[in-house]
Design a protein around this ligand. Structure first.
Ligand code: ADP
Ligand code: ADP
Ligand code: ZN
Length: 218
């Protein structure tokens, strides 16, 4: 099963993708995480991408598609992928269609996560992740059970992203509305678009997504 979580920055895509890895045996494919890994590795591509990401703009379709195509050829994604933060432009959506077709696969569902702008700003301003395992947390909405200790791996180091500040968030929302929001109608026309209320709490959103996927599998 291959699904896309489609929604603005802070909608909860990464949070729910991690849940789906456990509950549905899917692999999370986050182009944002892949780019941040390239930045951390100091590759040429990473250096170029960093400046673009810090501004809140989109990295070029060409670079993103090369990275995704390479990832799709690795054996661990054959059982199914939850795309998180990809596709982000109509050109990426079309390229994904042909990438899947070439590999004899299909897209089973696109799940749009709807969240209001002011809530997105709050979520992103309070976001942090475990440095060791990548589990996501929030200062108010999703604190670790024990302060300063990751629930999942026991790690005690956490990271805040350079682009998770209010100014860049507002730029990223604008970019989302201009370049990514058109994908909602692209997938609606194809009949595999589903929507969930992303304003609900994390467990409720998980339940809504679960019901959609049950409907598809059944
Ligand atoms: P995205 O991957 O869409 O950018 P994240 O999954 O990283 O979003 O979530 C953004 C922030 O909001 C994180 O700090 C996360 O813990 C928190 N969060 C995610 N889903 C919810 C929710 N349903 N309610 C409240 N906070 C949430
Ligand atoms: P969020 O879900 O919080 O917006 P991501 O981690 O998905 O953040 O993306 C962070 C940044 O990485 C984006 O603002 C953009 O610069 C770049 N990026 C990630 N995925 C893509 C993509 N599919 N196309 C273009 N740029 C991307
Ligand atoms: Zn951890």
């Amino acid at each position: 099963m291959n699904i896309i979580l489609l929604g603005p920055p802070g909608a909860g895509k990464g949070t729910q993708a991690k849940v789906l890895e456990e509950s549905h045996g899917l692999k999370q494919l986050s182009t944002g995480d892949m780019l941040r890994a390239a930045v951390a590795a100091g590759s040429d591509m990473g250096l170029k991408a960093k400046a673009i990401m810090d501004r809140g703009d989109l990295v070029s379709d060409e670079v993103i598609l090369a990275v995704v195509a390479e990832r799709m050829d690795q054996p661990d994604v054959k059982k199914g992928v939850v795309f998180d933060g990809f596709p982000r432009t109509p050109a990426q959506a079309e390229a994904l269609d042909s990438m899947l077709a070439k590999r004899g696969q299909k897209l089973d569902a696109v799940i749009e996560m709807k969240v209001e702008d002011e809530e997105l700003v709050k979520r992103i301003s309070g976001r942090f992740t475990c440095a060791k395992c990548g589990t996501g947390y929030h200062d108010s909405f999703a604190r670790p059970k024990v302060d300063g200790v990751c629930d999942v791996c026991g790690g005690t180091e956490f990271i805040r992203r350079a682009d998770d500040n209010e100014k860049t968030v507002r730029d990223r929302l604008k970019v989302y509305n201009e370049q990514t929001a058109p994908l909602v109608s692209y997938y609606a026309k194809r009949g595999n678009l589903h929507s969930v209320d992303g304003m609900a709490d994390i467990k409720m959103v998980t339940a809504s997504i679960g019901r959609i996927l049950d409907g598809i599998e059944g």
